[in-house]
Design a protein around this ligand. Sequence first.
Ligand SMILES: [Zn+2]
Length: 614
Amino acid sequence: MPQLDTFRPVPGTLPTRDAIPSRYTWDLTAICRDWDDWTRAYRDLESEIESFATLQGTLAQGVDGLLAAFRAMDVMGALSYRIWYFASLHYDQDQRDNAINAKRQQVQILFARQQQTGSWFNPELLAIPFDTVRDWLDASADLAVYRFAIESLFHEQEHVLDEQGERLMSFAGRFNSVPHDSYAALTTADVKCPSITLSGGEQVTLSYGQYRVLLETNRRQEDRAAAYRAFHRSYADNQNTYAALYNGVLQRDWFHARARGYETTLDAALHGNNIPISVVENLIAGAKQAVEPLRRYHRLRRRALGVETYRLFDVSLPLVEHDARYPYDQVGDWIVDSVAPLGDEYQQQVRRAFDEGWIDVYENVGKRSGAYSAPVYGAHPYMLLNYNETLDAVFTLAHEMGHSMHTLLAHQAQPFVYAGYTIFVAEVPSTLSEALFLDLMLERARSREERIVLLQHAIDSIASTFYTQVLFADFELQAHRLVEQDQPVTADVLNATYAALLREYYGEVLDEEEVSCVTWARIPHFFSTPYYVYQYATCFASTARLMQGVRAPESGTRAESVRRYLSLLGAGGSDYPMNLLAQAGVDLSRPDTVRAVSTEFEALVVRLESELGR
Ligand SMILES: [Zn+2]
């Protein structure tokens, strides 16, 4: 449908914001009408913070005192969303704007003050015997709304030490970031990017970005090999330093676990979200049993690329050349169509996102890069994109739309205190939204090349968000167990562990490449956030399991699966993630949940084989 204010970016140019028609920019007036309105909200929060301080000392008095404090926190929380996002979304649309940046910082300063003046709350609540609090919860329906919030606070408390212990831990806390800070310095501040000469005589400096582009676009294997070897050489040259830094991470985690009375580092990492360790163990065991489809994919790639040898620098190259453009005006309808399996109501909400100014579409001078969905309580979700008409951009839009619908349904169904959700479930709706979109795109693909590109996109994203992340989780679990069992941690040991994992996953499909065994040193998550990456894989497994229900041939099963999925979204953060997922029919401690991923992966590989005629 042609419209007067249609706009498409001209490749290679960067428009100013005022050159973009308003229907491609978000409308922030749903958060605050204007800056005066924002200032009023800011002052309201200031006075709420002051009056919250006067509640100190009242919690132990009974139901009324505790309820008043929780309700005051809800009011402050809702105001915080509005004043933070109004300033920060404005800032992200043009980060050169100093006046808005100042307002954004003003909010951060207020938040710091809020945290300081409210820091009495948790210790005062936790000082009340839990049995007393439980009696209050049973006696008051109003207070019972906060039951899960209160119970999880007491649950966290189980491993808090006495005052002297906590004091010691806080002193030790100053060393916590040293291994990661040193790692960051070594890999960014102090790094010298290697330079190589390509087969055509061209000189390239290999920043990480350049290196990725080369592996994804350069059709000459000798160039990819040269880039891969040069890039990893700097890690190999410093492998003893990397091993010493990683040992620092492992020793620190083991110190914390033991000091707080956990049996293992994994127990310590999973306690907060109440995840049983069997989830991680089952994930790792399940993935290892399901590596055959992964190997089948790489055997297919090896044949399709027609290469004699096949190594890690050959795994990211596209199998066909295909440069389709996806204009935004067209894609909006496709996204709406793709969620039809989730029902009319869901579809209408997605339509609203496009029609009611929830999305900031195109790149402009000064705009923040990347993409996100902002969960603005009291308004609606907002999405920032830098839409450039590529296939990746379309899937990013589908992804962020999944996050946004999660926010919308949770905010509609939950009281403020449970409106947010944890990382452990967050990537389920985003990946499910992508999966539905892939189904639609495959159905509508106009050429064999397009189908191949779509299938490869889907397969690669499972390979990188599932198989690779489980391999990583496996590595960090094995490494942590070395220190838990008083074993030495050296570069040789870590390299051997990593090399063994590569063999377990890829088998004979990958040819040996000496430098690959130091790849662990290149993964920042190992140094910054241990035991984090497994969550990408569990989210992906949950999505695969849920999609089996959403795609089920029998309409009753389908309807029931959709109903349970939508109630998962509406549940927000009202329970521990394992319980929420269980209610939606996903049990991550069961092997068949993990198998759902490999089943889906294999089906995609079979389709790709037939498209390629191999
Ligand atoms: Zn996401």
